[in-house]
Write a protein that binds this ligand. Structure first.
Ligand code: GBH
Length: 486
């Protein structure tokens, strides 16, 4: 009848009465709190905690100070392309409120901020004459960050291609865009590298090329046939390489260059030798058109076979540019791709998620904290990369302010705690991850999803532009202050 057996009864039943009486009694309340007590959960000293945003998602002010139109202005203003017809016309009005937003960062305690530069602010036509007023915004932002002890990390391309380059030659479909990108990158590096020490060329080939030029759900909204699409991929990595070279040629000594790539993160289904090796093989093949060619200077045989007559056309000189040595690699990590070993020629299979697989508010955002271990671990192992940043990680949640105005986003905190635990495991195993940028500082324009999916640590009321820290902001502040998983 009574299943609630007391401890004493239990130890007597187990014949342990005498023993337990002789042992010092430790009440549960006397145990130290694990996160506080356990130094094994700490990150390396000097680990760089940051947050991230991107120009079109937060800035607004699309017609100010000589900014030219981008493909995202055109796309978002085309009926039916974004949820509720949302655009980035105003977004978070960060262009005018950046000082306040730097204070949000300061309150979190972040030591670094990853933002992107809007190419059409600096070159309204993509190439040709620069617009000094456009660059001035980033001068002001960088100065404000430095005055508040926050290191600026600048991304040169987070998808807002000048519309003029799309109109003239089809954007990334054309080699002219790769060359214009190199020129723009060199110009920015020349003007900002006295204060900006880390540049990312592009953000996520895997997103802007595939979704923009093949699937059509991101700007410019095209569905190119395979041959033209693979050539577009090639021009995107070529643009990256040209930008690396232009930054090296124009920046102050000591400026570091890398990229921010949402690689397919291959995670072994079971952590044993066979599946771990399979996940390594899968990492190279599943990232063949982007990270692999950038690291290795060649397209894998399997990629060229797979694409056949639709393979990209390229020269040996192109490959050399594409694989220009980098100072660091940035990886955006949200979801895992589960991989198992098999007997196929490539020796791996990506396992589809079962229908019950858990995800966050965005349906694509399937949960897999292990991605934050295996992602950087495989990059370091396969390509001997010595300096890695997690340039994005975070999640959407169906945030609703409670009566006290705060968003209690316990699911986001759970997500972050689990992912950060795996990142800590990676650093403890010696994987050279130097920093982490949480996406995002605040809710913002989530591309085709408009304002429906919120990724911020701060809730943004778009009617008033008021920012309110969520529970996850308190969590992150604690992580940063203690340099441990809180
Ligand atoms: C990042 O992309 C972006 O860099 C950032 O701008 C963005 O706000 C953030 O993530 C959150 O999404 O519509 O189902 O076809 C992450 C990679 C690629 C994930 C595109 C969503 C669209 C899925 N993203 N993908 S779907």
């Amino acid at each position: 009848m009574d299943h609630d057996i007391s401890r004493r009864t239990f130890s007597q039943l187990a014949g342990l009465g005498a023993l337990s009486a002789a042992m010092p009694r430790v009440a549960a309340t006397e145990l130290e709190d694990p996160a506080i007590a356990s130094p094994g959960r700490s990150f390396p000293k000097g680990f760089l905690w940051g947050s991230a945003t991107a120009s079109y998602q937060v800035e607004g002010a699309v017609n100010e100070d000589g900014r030219g139109p981008s493909i995202w202005d055109t796309f978002s203003h085309t009926p039916g392309k974004t949820v509720d017809g949302a655009t980035g016309d105003v977004a978070d009005d960060h262009y005018h409120r950046y000082k306040q937003d730097v204070q949000l960062m300061k309150a979190l305690g972040v030591k670094a901020y990853r933002f992107s530069i809007a190419w059409p602010r600096v070159f309204p036509q993509g190439s040709g004459s620069p617009n000094p007023k456009g660059l001035d915004f980033y001068n002001r932002l960088v100065d404000e960050l430095l005055a508040n002890g926050i290191q600026p990390f600048a991304t040169l391309y987070h998808w807002d291609l000048p519309q003029a380059l799309q109109d003239d030659g089809g954007g990334w479909e054309s080699r002219n865009t790769s060359e214009a990108f190199g020129h723009y990158a060199g110009y920015v590096a020349q003007h900002l590298s006295d204060r900006v020490k880390h540049f990312f060329t592009t953000n996520e080939f895997g997103a802007f090329v595939e979704l923009g030029y093949a699937i059509g759900i991101h700007a410019p909204g095209l569905k190119l046939p395979p041959g033209r699409f693979n050539q577009t991929r090639h021009h995107a990595v070529l643009g990256h390489g040209l930008a690396v070279q232009a930054i090296r040629a124009n920046a102050r000594p000591g400026t570091k260059v890398g990229l921010a790539e949402n690689m397919t993160i291959c995670v072994p289904v079971i952590e044993n030798d066979a599946h771990i090796r399979a996940a390594e093989r899968a990492t190279r093949e599943m990232n063949a058109p982007y990270m692999t060619v950038i690291q290795e200077g060649r397209y894998t045989d399997a990629y060229l076979e797979r694409t056949g007559t639709d393979a990209p056309k390229f020269t040996a000189a192109d490959l050399k540019v594409i694989s220009s040595p980098l100072d660091f690699v940035g990886i955006n990590i949200y979801t895992p791709t589960w991989v198992r070993a098999d007997d196929s020629p490539l020796g791996f299979t990506a396992v589809p998620n079962p229908g019950s697989y858990p995800h966050m508010a965005s349906s694509w955002l399937t949960i897999g904290p292990e991605a934050l271990y295996w992602g950087p671990r495989n990059v370091a192992k396969i390509w001997k990369v010595q300096e890695i940043y997690i340039t994005e990680n975070g999640c959407s949640s169906s945030d609703v302010p409670a009566a006290d105005g705060i968003v209690y986003d316990t699911d986001r905190v759970m997500y972050l705690r689990n992912y950060l635990s795996q990142l800590q495991r990676a650093t403890a195993d010696g994987v050279p991850v130097k920093g982490y940028f949480l996406w995002s500082l605040m809710d913002n324009f989530e591309w085709a999803d408009g304002y429906t999916n919120r990724f911020g640590l701060h809730y943004v009321d778009y009617a008033t532009q008021k920012r309110t820290p969520k529970l996850s902001a308190s969590f992150y502040r604690e992580v940063i202050a203690r340099n441990t998983v809180a």
